[in-house]
Design a protein around this ligand. Structure first.
Ligand SMILES: N[C@@H](CCC(=O)N[C@@H](CS)C(=O)NCC(=O)O)C(=O)O
Length: 200
């Protein structure tokens, strides 16, 4: 089986989620990292005009959550029980909600962006964190079994905890110890730890 994962050349967001899921699943893959110029040429050929795209023996799959669902189901990183699987899908989608709700600052002054992001951190994002924490079994979402939803949560938490977004303090998550514990538990997985060591 020839597998490639195409994304932009940085270690974050939807591309990182899929790379980590493939890595945890022990599926060797070609890590195709595009420049913006390369992307402009490739975009019209992709299923939804967006990345990431998973290619398996020439068949292409887009949409990060569909890619994660496929990798998860095929490799024991997704609950077999239909109800638990649906709950995982809800979590995967809730991370996409964060990305959609984050004020991107376009058309705003810096002061307006700061105000919008601080309000987002104290409001919508904190409510999301409280809601997800309440659903967690711990240390992972569904208990002891790591899933692709845990990997997606880890990647979004990693971006917020490392201060990727200005005006959103990492301390936003201090009140949510279960999420911080999930973050630490995923980071401690040998495959995840090894991935970042190899990227140094
Ligand atoms: N719903 C899609 C969103 C994909 C998406 O917006 N990808 C961004 C990068 S994270 C992208 O391709 N941006 C470049 C473009 O739209 O031309 C998913 O979950 O994969």
């Amino acid at each position: 089986m020839a597998i490639s994962l195409t994304y932009f050349d940085f270690d974050g967001s939807r591309g990182l989620e899929c790379r980590l899921a493939l890595t945890v699943a022990k599926l060797p893959f070609e890590d195709v990292r595009l420049s913006r110029e390369q992307w402009a040429a490739l975009k019209p050929t992709t299923p939804f005009g967006a990345l990431p795209v998973l290619d398996i023996d020439g068949q292409k799959l887009a949409q990060s959550n569909a890619i994660l669902g496929y990798i998860g189901r095929a490799n024991g990183l997704y609950p077999a029980d239909p109800w638990q699987a649906a709950q995982q899908e809800a979590l995967l989608q809730s991370v996409e909600d964060i990305r959609a709700k984050l004020p991107d600052g376009k058309g705003m002054t810096e002061d307006e962006k700061k105000a919008a992001r601080e309000a987002f951190a104290a409001g919508w994002l904190s409510q999301w964190a409280a809601t997800v924490s309440a659903q967690m079994a711990g240390p992972f979402m569904a208990g002891d079994a790591l899933s692709v939803a845990d990997i997606k949560l880890y990647v979004i938490l990693r971006s917020y905890l490392s201060g990727t977004y200005d005006h959103i303090p990492p301390s936003t998550f201090d009140r949510f110890p279960k999420l911080l514990a999930l973050y630490a538990a995923v980071a401690a997985q040998p495959a995840i730890h090894g991935y970042f060591e190899a990227r140094k």
